[in-house]
Design a protein around this ligand. Structure first.
Ligand code: FE2
Ligand code: FE2
Length: 183
């Protein structure tokens, strides 16, 4: 019987994930998400990393398009304003921000159809059209999980904290942007 490939370590997964989103994470507009609070003490960049890294691991495990999950997940809340201070766009933030995030993603990066669907449908069923791809369902469920979980664990989660430490060491995240103490 052929030997199963060894299970990747957390370090391997961090490396692989960071390679997948390297260009996005290095972009100043993505880094600027660290200035906007999302839930309680968690900023938008940290929240997006939670969603993206967890979605990536789930999709990888399920044999789905984990690259689309990582990239779409990282950009799912790429709306670039502090929603606590009001919505610069017409309408309610909950309904309008997926479209704003999709427009921003397409403006700054080359995004695939699947990544656009992940971003645009992540608030479903609030936004009426249902997702077209399984990766979109994974991200919308993971997003909902973190919306609740971040309220109870504002200092972050072990796996993602290790990922952020790894990203910082490699110069992929500017330290002052992240409010959580990772040292
Ligand atoms: Fe959102
Ligand atoms: Fe979100």
């Amino acid at each position: 019987m052929p030997k199963r490939p060894p299970k990747p370590t957390h370090f391997d997964l961090c490396e692989e994930y960071l390679q997948t989103v390297r260009d996005l994470l290095a972009h100043p507009k993505v880094q600027s998400m660290g200035r906007f609070m999302q839930h309680r003490n968690v900023d938008c960049l940290h929240h997006s990393l939670n969603v993206s890294f967890t979605g990536y691991r789930i999709c990888r495990r399920l044999g789905l398009d984990c690259r689309a999950a990582a990239r779409g997940g990282l950009l799912h809340d790429f709306f670039l304003y502090d929603w606590h201070k009001g919505n610069p766009h017409k309408g309610l933030h909950g309904f309008t921000h997926p479209r704003v995030a999709e427009d921003n993603a397409a403006r700054y990066f080359s995004v695939t159809k699947r990544e656009r669907d992940i971003i645009r449908k992540h608030m479903w069923p609030l936004t009426l059209a249902p997702p077209r791809y399984p990766e979109s369902y994974v991200i919308l469920l993971v997003d909902k999980f973190y919306c609740i979980a971040e309220a109870f664990a504002p200092s972050g989660f072990k796996g993602v904290r290790r990922l952020i430490r790894h990203a910082r060491k490699n110069g992929l995240l500017s330290a002052p942007l992240l409010p959580v103490n990772l040292d």
